[in-house]
Design a protein around this ligand. Structure first.
Ligand code: FNR
Length: 388
C-alpha cells in the first residue's frame, strides 16, 4: 500500500482498522466508561480558533524548537503506550527508530514489549522511560536504575493510573484470565497480515517485568496480569520525592492537569509535567490538559517545561497548544495509527504529515517561529451577535 496516499492521520487510522483484530483496535481507540473525556480531547480544539496575521513573508517558516536545552525538529514527543508489539512486530523499536530518524524523543512504556536496554541502545534514539509506580517498590527502583544505566534522557512518571481506568471495551473483549472471547478469536482469522506479522511470532510479553515471573510462565497473559496486580493505590508525593532522590536526569510528571498540582510538581523538583488525562482512558469526565494549559502556564512561569497530550491528530491542534503555552506536545494514537498501518514507515508518515501541517498552519497564521506563537493568535469560538 502506497503510504503517500495517506494524506491525513485519519487515513492511517482507517488502515489500522482494516489490519488489526477488533480487540486490539478497541484497546487502542477506547476510552473509559462514557468516553466523555475521549471525545472532549478532540472537541476542545473546535472551540479554539485562529486570528491570523496576513501579508507576512512566510518563506522561512520554522517549526523547530528546544526542549530541556536540546533541539527538536518539531515540538512533538512520542507518548508512552503499552503493548506496542501487539500492533506491529517489534513496535517499540519501530517507534523509537522513526523518532530518532525524525529528530524527536521516544517515550517507552513500563509495560512495553521490548526491554528498555534494547530500545535505549538503538542508534540515535533519544530515550525517555515511562514509569508506573508498582506495589513492588524495590522493583520500581530496579527499573529506575536500569533506565539510568541505559542512559535514558528522562524519566516520565505517570500519576493518573493508581487505579486502573474502567475500560469496558477490554472487559467485554477479554474473558477471564486475559483471554479474548471466541468472537474475537474468530475475528483474528479475518486479519491475515496481523496473523503473519504478530501472532505467528507468538504474542510478545511485557519484557520489562518478565524477570519477575518464572521463565516457563512468561507469557503475554501472565506478564499482563502480574502488571495489573501491581497497580498501587498507595502512591503519593512521597514517592515523587524518592524518585527525585534516585533519578539523576530529567524528571517529568505525567497525568496531572491543575495549576496546583503542576506547582507542587515543580516544588518537588520535577523538571517538567505532561498535562494529560491518559488519552481519556482513566478518569472519565476529566478535563483536557489543553483546557487548563493557560492557567498552569500562568502559575508556573515561563521557565518550567510544560507538555500536554490528548487528542492531537492535526498540525492545527499542535499549534493551538503551543500558542496556549505548551513547550511541546505528546502524541499517542496519531503515531500508533501509523505503526499499526505500516510499521516504522507508517510512523515516519504520521510524523511527516504532522510536520507538514504544523508548517502550513504557522505560515497561514503569519507566525514563522514557535517563539512567535502566543495567546494573541487565538480566539475562543464566539457568536457574532454575542454582546451586541
Ligand atoms: C496509553 N497511554 C499510556 N500512558 C502511560 O503513561 N503509560 C502507558 O503504558 C500507556 N499506555 C497507553 C496505551 C494506549 C494504547 C494508549 C492509546 C495510550 C496514554 C498515552 O501516553 C497518552 O497520554 C495518550 O495516548 C494521549 O492521547 P492521544 O494522543 O492518544 O489522544
Amino acid at each position: 500500500a502506497n503510504l503517500e496516499r495517506a494524506v491525513a492521520i485519519s487515513d492511517l487510522r482507517a488502515r489500522m482498522h482494516r489490519r488489526l483484530p477488533n480487540f486490539v483496535t478497541e484497546y487502542i481507540e477506547g476510552g473509559a466508561e462514557e468516553e466523555l473525556t475521549l471525545r472532549e480531547n478532540r472537541e476542545i480544539f473546535s472551540r479554539i480558533l485562529f486570528r491570523p496575521n496576513t501579508l507576512i513573508n512566510a518563506a522561512g517558516v520554522d517549526a523547530s524548537t528546544k526542549l530541556f536545552g536540546r533541539p527538536l525538529r518539531l515540538p512533538v514527543v512520542i507518548a508512552p503506550t503499552g503493548s506496542n508489539g501487539l500492533y506491529w512486530h517489534e513496535g517499540d523499536q519501530c517507534l523509537a527508530r522513526a523518532a530518532a530518524a525524525f529528530g524527536i524523543p521516544f517515550t517507552q512504556s513500563t509495560v512495553s514489549n521490548a526491554r528498555l536496554e534494547d530500545v535505549a541502545a538503538l542508534p540515535g534514539v533519544r530515550h525517555w522511560m515511562q514509569l508506573y509506580v508498582f506495589r513492588a517498590r524495590a522493583f520500581m527502583e530496579e527499573l529506575v536504575a536500569r533506565a539510568d544505566a541505559a542512559g535514558s534522557e528522562a524519566l516520565v512518571v505517570t500519576v493518573d493510573a493508581a487505579a486502573f481506568g474502567n475500560r469496558e471495551w477490554d472487559r467485554r473483549n477479554y474473558g477471564r484470565d486475559m483471554d479474548p472471547t471466541l468472537a474475537n478469536k474468530l475475528d483474528v482469522l479475518r486479519r491475515p497480515h496481523w496473523m503473519a506479522n504478530v501472532l505467528a511470532r507468538g504474542l510478545p510479553t511485557f519484557a520489562n517485568v518478565a524477570d519477575k515471573i518464572p521463565p516457563a510462565e512468561r507469557t503475554y497473559k501472565r506478564t499482563a496480569s502480574w502488571t495489573r496486580e501491581q497497580m498501587d493505590l498507595a502512591f503519593d508525593w512521597s514517592d515523587i520525592a524518592l524518585l527525585r532522590r534516585i533519578w539523576p536526569r530529567r524528571l517529568i510528571i505525567k497525568g496531572l492537569v491543575t495549576a496546583d498540582d503542576a506547582a507542587r510538581a515543580a516544588d518537588a523538583g520535577a523538571d517538567g509535567v505532561v498535562l494529560s488525562n491518559h488519552g481519556g482512558r482513566q478518569l472519565d469526565g476529566m478535563v483536557s490538559g489543553v483546557a487548563t494549559l493557560p492557567e498552569v502556564r500562568r502559575r508556573v512561569g515561563d521557565d518550567f517545561t510544560i507538555l500536554v497530550d490528548g487528542g492531537f491528530r492535526r498540525g492545527t491542534d499542535i499549534v493551538k497548544a503551543l500558542a496556549l503555552g505548551a513547550d511541546a506536545v505528546m502524541v499517542g494514537r496519531a503515531t500508533l495509527y501509523g505503526l499499526a498501518a505500516a510499521g516504522e514507515a507508517g510512523v515516519m508518515r504520521a510524523l511527516a504529515i504532522l510536520e507538514q501541517e504544523v508548517l502550513r498552519t504557522m505560515a497561514l497564521l503569519g507566525r514563522l517561529t514557535v517563539a512567535d506563537l502566543g495567546l494573541d493568535c487565538l480566539a475562543a469560538r464566539s457568536d457574532p451577535l454575542d454582546g451586541l
